[in-house]
Write a protein that binds this ligand. Structure first.
Ligand code: NAD
Length: 469
């Protein structure tokens, strides 16, 4: 058993602390937000994460997990101190905002009265381990030694507990091999491969991994646009590609692009780091541009069918940046709703768990609240709607009674931003259906008139017939 402190009780900190307690350690979680800590003490979680609530309760009950706002109390006898605070984009430039990490490092230094290993779990720019060392050294009140280890986190919201307990790998970076070895021992019960390297490389592994995954998403979205124009189906293309072991099936879902608290800010931060180093990261810029355009594309598909959106009612299903989370940070829904609302349309919205966070996020994004109706369920969203957009692919949307949906809508326009339905079935039910990157194969006659994709496809068909003649 080790004595561990985790600074920050967000998605990463709370999951890290709880899981480390669950494998037998004594963990104290520290956060500066009093309300969060008070609620955690009462067993109320500040975030939605499947399986986490039970795990928190079990470990609190077993006396292995506790919460405090006080660094002094939190650091008492701690052998390992994890920093898991937020590192959002800094205003304007796209670099990572290190304010919270530096503040945590400073607070640790002020209270530290014994040797401890400080482990940075936050995603931080290359070189930040040295920054943490400097800040701690500068602010120490007592003559104590400490070590700094980088240990980037790779969990995904929505499956964070499973991801933490069954990681593909654990990355540890430090110039202090003994400290890195001690941290490695903490992770031994997880039986995961452990990659040990230097601080800079460990920090870079995190950015390179996220940038690569974001690139896969933008790549398949670019392919989707080409598929749509040429009459191929990107969903089947992705299946066919994914069987190639060098490619794999993961992150090949075309749609509205990535969002959330990591990919957007991490790709931006990596591009910023490269720019600061005098480089021009062309690929990263293209990844970001394509991702932005995918969101736009959904609204363009809508206006292509409805014309002006003024006075229209548009239903939006799914608000969180992905299913199984309530996280609204950089969710595609925010841009999409803002663009629709700015055209004097009314927007009816629903998400299974993100309604509260969405309300706050949309207000923060300056969306006119009068333009919004927060509905109780998915069917309520569709009532009187001129169009429906699927923005987040929650499972419950996949099993809706689409005949009922169709009957509740004023006009049967369905924009499937996540490709969860089949075109043939939706067309049979009477929807004017548009997906992302799913051309309709060799028979364009099923498309309603006025459809530009259909026209293009018609052209391709005519060319083919001429070739045969
Ligand atoms: N969310 C993810 O899926 C994910 C996955 C991997 C890595 N990361 C990285 O992990 C880090 C944390 O992300 P998150 O999503 O958990 O953030 P979060 O915003 O959910 O949580 C951060 C927490 O830190 C607290 N905090 C801020 N400053 C503090 C301080 N000085 N002392 C104590 N507490 C403080 C905040 O109150 C908040 O509760 C980020 O660098 C992120 O990039 C996130």
């Amino acid at each position: 058993m080790s004595i561990i402190t985790v600074i920050g009780t967000g998605y990463v900190g709370l999951v890290t602390g709880t899981c480390l307690a669950d494998i037998g350690n004594q963990v104290t979680c520290v956060d500066i937000v009093k309300e969060k800590i008070e609620r955690l003490k009462q067993g109320v979680l500040p975030i939605y994460e499947p399986g986490l609530e039970e795990l928190v309760q079990r470990n609190v009950h077993a006396g292995r997990l506790c919460f405090t706002t006080g660094y002094k109390e939190g650091l008492d006898n701690a052998e390992f101190i994890f920093i898991a605070v937020n590192t959002p984009s800094s205003n304007g430039q796209g670099g990572a905002d290190m304010r919270y990490v530096e503040s945590a490092a400073c607070s640790i230094a002020e209270e530290l009265d014994h040797y401890a290993i400080i482990i940075n779990k936050s995603t931080v720019p290359v070189g930040s381990g040295d920054v943490v060392s400097r800040v701690v050294k500068r602010n120490l009140k007592r003559d104590v030694r400490f070590a700094v280890v980088s240990n980037p986190e790779f969990l995904r919201e929505g499956s964070a507990v499973q991801d933490f307990l069954h990681p593909d790998r654990v990355v540890l970076g430090s110039s202090d091999t003994e400290a890195a070895y001690k941290v490695a021992r903490l992770y031994m019960p997880l039986r995961a491969p452990i990659v040990t390297t230097d601080l800079y490389t460990a920090e870079m592994i995190k950015y390179a991994s996220n940038a690569f995954l974001a690139t896969k998403i933008s790549f398949i979205n670019e392919i989707a646009q080409i598929c749509e124009r040429l009459g191929a189906d990107v969903k089947e293309v992705a299946v066919g590609m994914g069987y190639d072991k060098r490619i794999g099936h993961a992150f090949l879902d075309a749609g509205l692009g990535y969002g959330g608290s990591c990919f957007p800010k991490d790709v931006r931060a990596l591009a910023h780091m490269a720019g600061e180093a005098g480089l021009h990261p062309q690929l990263l810029h293209a990844v970001m541009e394509i991702n932005h355009d995918q969101r736009r594309l959904a609204v363009t598909k809508l206006t292509n069918i409805l014309g002006s959106l003024r006075g229209c009612t548009i239903g939006v299903l799914g608000l969180a940046f992905k299913p199984n989370t309530d996280d609204m940070r950089e969710a595609p829904s925010i841009d999409i709703i803002r663009w629709i609302a700015s055209q004097s349309a009314h927007v009816r919205v629903y998400d299974p768990v993100a309604m509260n966070s969405a309300h706050e996020a949309l207000i923060r994004a300056s969306v006119r609240v009068e333009a919004l109706t927060f509905c109780e369920n998915a069917y309520a969203v569709t009532e009187g709607a001129d169009a429906l957009i699927i923005v987040t692919e929650w499972n419950e949307f996949k099993s809706l009674d689409m005949l009922k949906v169709r009957s509740l809508m004023r006009r049967p326009v369905l924009i499937d931003g996540r490709n969860i339905y089949e075109a043939v079935e939706m067309t049979r039910l009477g929807f004017i259906y548009r997906a992302m990157g799913r051309g309709i194969g060799p028979d364009p006659s099923v498309l309603p008139s006025g459809d530009t994709t259909g026209m293009l496809h018609q052209q391709v068909k005519q060319d083919r017939e001429e070739e045969v003649r």
